[in-house]
Design a protein around this ligand. Structure first.
Ligand SMILES: C[S@@+](CC[C@H](N)C(=O)[O-])C[C@H]1O[C@@H](n2cnc3c(N)ncnc32)[C@H](O)[C@@H]1O
Length: 406
């Protein structure tokens, strides 16, 4: 068993290659938390699906009381996946664990973000690094599409695309407040055949994203299906051949859905905690969702008719997500903002927004449209790497001055 693990870890070029190294890392940590003399370690196992070492922590008689998870590549302990020190202690002393969790939750303070409405031009990976930790209350986005044809895509390989998406998802984890939601609109991608001798391919992008979210410290909450009218799918061309010939095996479903996947930054805080501890009870009251909300995970919404961005999602979709997963006054981030649908929906619903996009044309659209968004004081919007938008009355003043000068 140990020999086998060693082989896998060497093959994968892990930094932690054997059970002894894994045990040493855990012993160092246990001595930091003063538990090294009252515990013993079980047999470490390598989990090469996630590139972890899992090391059982036991009491002296061998009974397991928890586990330590180590990142096999970096040697770091992954605290979000490791049994918390206070839980190990409670299990050692045979105390009531639920009391400890309750005590921990009641000690935490609800933090209100002080971010302003923000629009930034550039790579969101850089912005996310600069933002304060836990300063965002909700993330809603749809990522750029992967397209195998180099003329349409900045990514040559699918793995390269996923690597970039992982970077954004990982950095988003730091800026998202604990226990809050990351909602992502993502769909399988159709790669058209390069010649008549090849078949087209469909890449199940949402399932690859799912794995990344779980590995990066989010819990899966919901898979919402955005259902479009039947006509919307025919534009893809999929299913046309079958419609004409009707041969078995040729069947291909016309896609009329997209996924809206809901994740939550991993936490032991209950949702109730956020409602009980919000400092403004009126905000909680005002954020309640009226009748007519979506009761199932199938949401029927027409696609966007926004002609300014080829991949804009409908404002109705953004509004539903923002209503269901944030309170009024919260900060909603879209790291791939496009034409700024999330910003317009968020401000209309009394939330703040943080929008990033690396395409100057789309930033221009946001700068143009922001003037008509509700509840936005342009004097108070932070524009990064782009010209600020002047409030309307200032433009009028300028106009007046010009007239005066004549
Ligand atoms: C699917 S579109 C988003 C459309 C948006 N939901 C809307 O309603 O208009 C993805 C956007 O991500 C932007 N983008 C791609 N890579 C980026 C990066 N590294 N940083 C910031 N924006 C990026 C693209 O310019 C594009 O506008």
């Amino acid at each position: 068993m140990a020999r086998n693990s060693q082989l896998i870890s060497e093959e994968r070029e892990y930094l932690v290659i054997n059970v002894q190294q894994a045990k040493d890392i855990v012993k160092d940590w246990l001595s930091e938390i003063d538990l090294v003399h009252v515990t013993k370690l079980g047999l470490p196992e390598v989990d090469d699906r996630y590139h972890y070492w899992r090391v059982p922590v036991c009491v002296k008689n061998g009974e397991k009381i928890g586990e330590v998870v180590i990142d096999a590549y970096s040697t770091e302990i992954i605290h979000s996946k490791t049994t918390k020190p206070e839980i190990l202690t409670a299990r050692l002393l045979k105390q009531d664990e639920s009391k400890i969790i309750e005590k921990k939750q009641s000690k935490r303070e609800y933090r209100l973000s002080n971010l302003r409405n923000t629009v930034g031009f550039g790579d969101s990976a850089h912005f996310l690094e600069e933002m304060p930790a836990e300063s965002v209350d909700l993330i809603f986005t749809s990522p750029p599409y992967y397209n195998a044809r180099p003329e349409y895509s900045e990514y040559e390989e699918y793995d390269e695309y996923l690597f970039k998406m992982r970077q954004i998802i990982r950095r988003s984890h730091r800026v998202l407040a604990e226990g809050r939601f990351f909602v992502i609109n993502v769909s399988p991608v159709l790669l058209r055949r390069a010649s008549r001798n090849e078949s087209s391919k469909r890449i199940a992008v949402p399932f690859d994203f799912h794995r990344i979210f779980i590995e990066e410290g989010y819990d899966f909450i919901d898979d919402i299906i955005w259902l479009k009218p039947e006509g919307a799918g025919w534009a893809t061309g999929r299913g046309r051949r079958f419609a004409a010939d009707r041969n078995p095996l040729q069947y291909k479903a016309v896609p009329v859905t997209e996924y809206v996947l809901v994740y939550r930054k991993r936490t032991d805080l209950l949702i109730d905690w956020f409602i009980r501890n919000h400092p403004d009870k009126q905000v909680i009251e005002d954020s309640k969702i009226p009748d007519g909300y979506e009761k199932t995970n199938v949401w029927k919404i027409n696609p966007s008719t926004n002609s300014k961005h080829p991949a804009a999602f409908p404002k109705e979709l953004a509004e539903k997500v923002i209503r269901y997963y944030s309170f009024k006054g919260d900060v909603v981030l879209d790291p791939f903002a496009g034409s700024g649908t999330v910003g317009s929906a968020a401000s209309g619903l009394g939330r703040r927004f943080v929008l990033f996009d690396n395409n100057p044309d789309y930033i221009e659209i946001i700068r143009e449209e922001i003037k008509s968004w509700k509840n936005v004081n342009l004097n108070n919007v932070m524009f990064i790497n782009c010209e600020p938008v002047k409030p309307i009355h200032k433009q009028l003043d300028l106009f007046k001055a010009e007239k005066h000068d004549n």
